[in-house]
Design a protein around this ligand. Structure first.
Ligand SMILES: Cc1cc2nc3c(=O)[nH]c(=O)nc-3n(C[C@H](O)[C@H](O)[C@H](O)COP(=O)(O)OP(=O)(O)OC[C@H]3O[C@@H](n4cnc5c(N)ncnc54)[C@H](O)[C@@H]3O)c2cc1C
Length: 215
């Protein structure tokens, strides 16, 4: 399935890098961990980093009810950007240096999630997006914790993905230069887990943690 580009989400610069494919959008959201959330406030535009979760239809953000961002977002236009950095692209000229990336921009009107069951599901999706498998076997949110958390959702409708892959693209005459050119791949990796000093010694590292080390 493809999303329909709107006036706002039509990629104008290098449109061949654009994608409106739902599978691609979902895979980038699945690999990303941080959303940069932009909105207008009374004192100007602000862009704030946040964790997020998502399903087929919505992206979810959470925080304290006192969070300015979450209070201001309800029924307001926001823009959520998620970026996965895949590589540094070194060209023969400084001008053509670039980055390989996959990113998604979602725009629209955010809405507060009122139902406790939908909030609980959204909070689980946020944890699962960061550490797949973590919700199983971890104490779930209590009714009080759910009540004391604000969750907002933004429909994934007005959305675009943009992807750059491959080697540098240099000017024809620069290919004769003796400058090193190519791609330095970037891969996120996890370090050795450090058990909480208060952890009972008999508790072993669970599969959902050791799985992260192999990704
Ligand atoms: C990786 C990551 C994940 C996060 N995930 C969440 C999340 O899921 N939910 C959540 O509520 N918060 C999250 N935070 C914290 C979040 O970025 C904000 O600090 C928090 O939401 C409060 O935002 P606010 O606009 O209400 O804060 P306010 O205190 O009203 O912001 C006032 C000013 O403080 C400064 N400021 C606020 N946040 C930051 C920041 N992160 N870095 C630098 N300056 C800042 C800015 O100048 C801002 O205009 C996360 C932060 C990081 C880095």
């Amino acid at each position: 399935m493809n999303y329909t580009p709107t006036e706002k989400t039509t990629v104008k610069r290098l449109p061949k890098r654009a994608s409106y494919d739902k599978k691609i959008v979902q895979s980038i959201l699945g690999e990303g961990m941080i959303a940069h959330v932009g909105l207008e406030t009374d004192t100007g535009v602000v862009v704030i980093p946040m964790a997020y979760g998502f399903d087929e239809f919505n992206i979810f953000l959470h925080g304290s009810p006192s969070s300015r961002l979450l209070r201001k977002s309800d029924s307001n236009q926001i823009c959520v950007t998620v970026t996965v950095l895949d590589g540094l692209v070194l060209a023969r000229s400084l001008f053509h240096h670039s980055m390989n990336y996959r990113s998604v921009v979602i725009m629209g009107s955010a809405e507060k999630v009122d139902s406790d069951s939908e909030k609980e599901r959204a909070l689980d999706l946020i944890v699962e997006n960061i550490i797949p498998g973590r919700t199983e076997g971890t104490r779930p949110n209590s009714a009080k914790e759910i009540k004391s958390t604000t969750v907002i959702k933004l429909p994934i409708n007005e959305v675009s993905a943009k992807i750059r892959t491959g080697p540098p693209v240099d000017d024809e005459e620069d290919y004769a230069l003796k400058t090193w050119a190519g791609v330095i791949p970037i891969k996120m990796s996890f370090g050795e887990p450090e058990p909480d000093p208060l952890l009972e010694e008999s508790i072993e590292i669970p599969a959902h943690v050791s799985n992260l080390l192999t990704t």
